[in-house]
Design a protein around this ligand. Structure first.
Ligand code: PEP
Ligand code: MG
Length: 539
């Protein structure tokens, strides 16, 4: 048994098969080969293996999801038999005398481009299929791996670290727990684990190698302990904890439908944070009273190009309609720092957390910003949507962002496209500058939401991503609490409401203090909604 100790972030216990995260390589290398026929044979062997795997997947899918839905795996097998496809790959190997991996990748890209440029929608959709089957062949050639994608069972994901763009692309229905050697409790990977309501441990400091792949792993998200290949006694102990968890969740279920109100009658809105529409089910299941933070940048991170207005509109509308009149606060693009999407081509920076980020990018690249604002405004016709600008540091920024919003709304009105003219506009208070200016900023907006993750990082000058600084980090530092209090006071003076959407909102040791300060709303991960409601009702 291998025992590791890190920091628990998701709470809860999980036991399951361990899967080591395989990082997708960015590009296949091209190199010259001498044994041409040997290389062709390598390709043919990999192709045969991929067909076999697809046949197995088909059989399993027929049982799980029915013959119609399983048909795609049959189509993929047929595509791997396609003569044009095979001839293209063999042709590249023979004429250019290069490795099979390169030939497969080049063929995939060429065919995908041809399919994409066709008029017929059915043929356009084949572009993704040809990439998919090629990825399988590449995996069979030993390049990268699609084990994670094809895993049919749930697993506990183990990685050195994950960047947010990797995290959002994981199949969340299969990841039952996380363990990372690096990371910190406020990293976006940890936040994601909380949003998904799954047990996670970060910052174990130890890499778990491929030799452990497939073994049983038990994760205790409460204590931060991780056991690879646990012995009988440990397993029994953790299974008992797991059972306790289930019982506790049943008790919390009784709080569904009840108000989040203290015994003296002070009502606090308990909302949930989401990263994408996939989290909506968890929001409903945990009976959140609204969405206090929709981290819209995750929509950008999971795509390979700028998401269109229509694509975004569909997502925001879905959130608005699902929440059926409850508030849905959509934060505009908060990209930069640790959240990077290659197609933004952001410059390499010495200090990305102090660099080109969030609203700064939006105000410079107004085309991106306007597209998003149009999508948000259009969605506002379908529920109670509010828009929120992140990383504000000045009055000027707020005014500029609002001016662009008004232009977009004017444009929509001219086009007779419906939107909510009363849509609330808020800002995040997550820099010391914004907290200090809160009284002035409050005169410009309808609400504040305090981002305690960044507010803590910038107030204490401690990088939220840096695992080595955790011991210096005091989440309850008096300077942070003072800035939070100042922000509530600033909001009060202008009669606007104020909430918290950073991780500190779920810290039950501080709930009483926040309520005493006059906080109107706390937005937390869906799994933290009911424990927080229980706490508030007990005050
Ligand atoms: C925050 O900074 O507290 C916040 C909610 O935003 P994010 O964690 O996405 O930076
Ligand atoms: Mg932030």
């Amino acid at each position: 048994m291998l025992v590791l100790k890190g920091k628990g972030v998701g709470g809860g216990v999980t036991i399951g098969p361990l899967a080591v995260f395989k990082r997708q390589e960015t590009a296949v290398e091209r190199h010259a080969i001498t044994d041409i026929e040997g290389e062709v044979a390598r390709f043919q062997a990999a192709r045969g293996k991929a067909i076999e795997q697809l046949a197995q997947l088909y059989e399993k899918a027929v049982v799980d999801v029915g013959r119609d839905n399983a048909a795609i795996f049959e189509i993929h097998q047929m595509m791997l038999e396609d003569l044009d496809y095979i001839e293209s790959i063999e042709g590249i190997i023979r004429t250019q005398e290069v490795n099979a991996e390169y030939a497969v990748q080049a063929t995939a890209e060429n065919f995908a481009e041809i399919f994409s440029s066709m008029e017929d929608e059915y043929m356009q959709a084949r572009a993704a299929d040809v990439k998919d089957i090629s990825r399988k062949v590449l995996a069979c050639l030993g390049f990268g791996s699609d084990a994670m994608e094809s895993a049919s069972e749930k697993f506990v994901l183990v990685a050195d670290d994950l960047v947010p763009s990797e995290t959002v692309q994981l199949d969340k229905s299969k990841v039952q727990g996380f363990v990372t050697a690096g990371g910190s409790v406020n990293s976006h990977t940890a936040i994601l684990a909380r949003t998904m309501g799954i047990p996670a441990v970060v910052c174990t400091g130890v890499s778990i190698g491929m030799e452990h792949d497939g073994k049983l792993i038990a994760v205790d998200g409460y204590t931060g302990e991780v056991f690879v290949d646990p012995d009988e006694a440990t397993l029994t102990l953790l299974q008992a904890k797991l059972e306790q968890d289930v019982q506790h969740k049943k008790l919390l279920d009784e709080l569904k439908g009840k108000e989040s109100v203290t015994s003296s009658g002070k009502k606090v809105h308990v909302y949930a944070n989401i990263g994408n529409t996939g989290d909506l089910a968890a929001v409903l299941a945990n009976d959140a009273e609204g969405i206090g933070l929709f981290r819209s940048e995750f929509i950008y991170l999971e795509n390979e190009d700028y998401p269109t207005e229509e694509y975004q509109f569909a997502k925001y509308k879905l959130a608005a309609e699902t929440m059926a009149g409850k508030r849905v606060i959509i934060r505009t693009l908060d990209i930069g720092a640790d959240k990077q999407a290659a197609y933004f081509n952001l410059p390499q920076e010495e200090n990305p957390a102090l660099g080109y980020i969030a609203i700064g990018i939006c105000l410079e690249h107004q085309d991106i910003f306007r597209t998003q604002l149009r999508a948000i405004c259009r969605a506002s016709a379908y529920g109670k949507v509010a828009v929120m600008f992140p990383m504000i540091i000045s009055l000027n920024e707020v005014r500029k962002a609002k001016a662009i919003l008004q232009e977009v709304q004017q444009e929509l009105a001219t086009e007779h496209i419906p939107f909510d003219k009363e849509m609330e506009v808020g800002i995040m208070i997550e820099t010391p500058a914004a907290a200090l200016l809160s009284e002035v900023l409050a005169q410009e907006v309808d609400f504040f939401s305090i981002g305690t993750n960044d507010l803590s990082q910038y107030t204490l000058a401690i990088d939220r991503q840096n695992q080595h600084l955790e011991s210096f980090f005091d989440a309850h530092h008096p300077a942070i609490l003072r800035l939070i209090e100042m922000t509530v006071e600033g909001a009060d003076r202008s009669g606007i409401w104020c909430g918290i959407c950073g991780e500190l909102g779920a810290d039950l040791e501080l709930t009483e203090k926040f309520v005493a300060m006059g906080m109107d709303e706390l937005s937390v991960s869906p799994a933290s909604v009911l424990p927080l409601r229980q706490k508030i009702r007990g005050l």
